[in-house]
Design a protein around this ligand. Structure first.
Ligand code: NAP
Ligand code: G4F
Length: 356
C-alpha cells in the first residue's frame, strides 16, 4: 500500500484552502491546516470537513519563524501549500508593513524552515507559493496580426513584472525568494501565478462577492414584493431606499476571473510534476467589473443595474491594475490543465448561492 501523503495548508480558513482541502482529502491525504490564533474563529468554509479524521487544525502564524519550524519539524510533510496572506489589495495600502510581514516574510520563514529540516532529514518536501497576477501590475504583452494591428494583450510567465500595490510588491519578494530557493538549494518549489479566482466562498471585501451578495439582497426584496403592480423605477426606488445603493469604485478595471475549485486543482498538479516550475493559471478571457455587475443583475432578471450603484471614491485605489488577461499555454501543455468553469457559470454560481 502507498504511504499516506501529508500536506500542510497555511491559511486553512481561507477560500482557496477550503477547495484545496476538499481535493486533498478526496485523494486520501492527511491535511494539516494552520490558522492564526484568534479569540473567535470562523471556520465556515470548511465546516463540512471538520469531522474528517484526516484533517487536523493547528495554530500556525506564518510570521513566526519558530512556529513554522516546529510545525514542519513535527510532521513529515510531503507537500506544503502556502496560501496564508493578507490578500486584500486595497487594505495593503493602509497596512503595508503588516502585508509585507505576512506576504513576504511569511513565505521566507516557511522556505527557510523547510530548507533546514530537509537538510537534516533528507526527506523531500515540495513547496507551493501562492503568487498572483498582481505581480504584473501595469505590464502586458501584445499579439499583432500581419498588418501590425493589435489582436489582443495578455500576460504569461515571460511578461515583465511591475507591481502596483504594497501587496503586489510583497508577493513579488516571495515569488523571487521561492525561485531562489529552487535555484540555489535545488528545492522543489513552484509558484502558481494565479489570475483572480472566486467562488461562493469568496471574502466579502472582494468586488465579485460584494456584487453577488448585494444582488442576493435585491432578489429577496423583489420576491417580497410579489405580484405588486409597480413600474421598474418604483421598485428600484423602494429597494434602494430600504437597503441602500451598492457602493463601488472603478467599474472599468478588467480581470481574468476563474473559479477557485479549478485553480486549486492546478496548484496540486504543479507539485505532482517531476520538475518544479512556475505556471500561469487563468481562463484566457477578460471582463470588466461592469460586465460582472451587469451579468449578476441579469441572473435575477434586472436590467437597470446602474440604478442600484453609486460610484464611491472610497473604493478607488492610489494605484490600480487596469487590465489582466492571462495566457496559460504552459499549464495546458505540461499540466494538461484548463479552466472548466466559465465566467458566466462563475457569476451564476455566486449569485444563486447569495440568493438562497
Ligand atoms: P483568503 O481567503 O484571504 O485566505 C487567506 C488566509 O490566510 C485567511 O484565512 C487568513 O486568515 C490567513 N492568514 C492571514 N494572515 C495569516 C498569518 N499571519 N498566518 C497564517 N494565516 C494567515 O485568500 P484566498 O483568496 O483563499 O487566496 C489564497 C492565496 O492565494 C493568498 O495567498 C492570496 O494572496 C493568493 N492569491 C489569491 C488569488 C485570488 O484571486 N483569490 C489570486 C492570486 C493569488 P484570517 O481569516 O485570520 O485573516
Ligand atoms: O476584487 P478585488 O478587490 O480583487 P483584486 O484587487 O484584483 O485582487 C484579487 O486578485 C488578485 C489576483 O489578481 C489576488 F492576488 C488578490 O489577493 C485578490 O484576490 O478588485 C478587483 C477590481 C479592482 O480593479 C478594484 O479596483 O475591482 C475594482 N473594484 C471596483 N469597485 C473594487 C470595488 N474592488 C473592491 N474590492 N471593492 C469595490 O467596491
Amino acid at each position: 500500500m502507498n504511504e499516506q501523503k501529508v500536506a500542510l495548508i497555511t491559511g486553512i480558513f481561507g477560500q482557496d484552502a477550503s477547495y484545496l482541502s476538499e481535493l486533498l482529502l478526496s485523494k486520501n491525504y492527511k491535511v494539516i491546516g494552520t490558522k492564526r490564533r484568534a479569540s473567535t474563529e470562523n471556520p465556515w468554509r470548511i465546516e463540512h470537513l471538520l469531522n474528517n479524521k484526516n484533517l487536523i487544525i493547528e495554530n500556525g502564524d506564518v510570521t513566526d519563524f519558530s512556529n513554522m519550524l516546529h510545525l514542519i519539524d513535527n510532521y513529515r510533510f510531503h507537500e506544503i501549500y502556502n496560501l496564508a496572506a493578507q490578500s486584500f489589495v486595497a487594505a495593503s495600502f493602509d497596512e503595508p508593513l503588516h502585508t509585507f510581514e505576512v506576504d513576504a516574510i511569511g513565505p521566507i520563514n516557511i522556505l527557510e524552515a523547510t530548507r533546514v529540516i530537509q537538510r537534516n532529514t533528507n526527506h523531500i518536501i515540495k513547496y507551493y507559493q501562492a503568487s498572483t497576477s498582481e505581480l504584473w501590475g501595469d505590464q502586458f504583452d501584445t499579439v499583432y496580426d500581419n498588418d501590425g494591428n493589435v489582436l489582443y494583450n495578455y500576460q504569461d510567465e515571460n511578461t515583465e513584472m511591475n507591481p502596483q500595490s504594497p501587496y503586489a510588491v510583497a508577493k513579488l519578494a516571495a515569488h523571487k525568494m521561492t525561485q531562489l530557493y529552487r535555484n540555489a538549494y535545488g528545492m522543489f518549489c513552484c509558484c502558481g501565478i494565479l489570475m483572480n479566482h472566486e467562488s461562493p466562498r469568496r471574502g466579502e471585501e472582494f468586488v465579485t462577492k460584494k456584487i453577488s451578495k448585494y444582488v442576493g439582497r435585491v432578489y429577496k426584496e423583489i420576491k417580497k414584493m410579489g405580484l405588486l403592480q409597480m413600474s421598474n423605477e418604483e421598485k428600484t426606488s423602494i429597494i434602494t431606499n430600504k437597503i441602500g445603493k451598492l457602493q463601488l469604485g472603478n467599474l472599468s478595471a478588467s480581470r481574468d476571473w476563474g473559479h477557485s475549485r479549478d485553480y486549486m486543482l492546478a496548484a496540486w498538479q504543479m507539485l505532482q510534476q517531476d520538475i518544479p516550475d512556475d505556471y500561469v493559471i487563468c481562463t484566457e478571457e477578460t471582463h470588466t467589473v461592469e460586465e460582472f455587475l451587469k451579468l449578476a443583475f441579469s441572473e435575477i432578471g434586472v436590467n437597470n443595474y446602474m440604478d442600484f450603484v453609486n460610484i464611491n471614491s472610497k473604493y478607488m485605489r492610489p494605484a490600480e491594475v487596469l487590465f489582466l488577461r492571462g495566457r496559460c499555454t504552459k499549464a495546458k501543455e505540461k499540466l494538461k490543465w484548463k479552466a472548466n468553469i466559465t465566467f458566466r457559470d462563475l457569476v451564476k454560481d455566486m449569485v444563486i448561492y447569495d440568493c438562497k
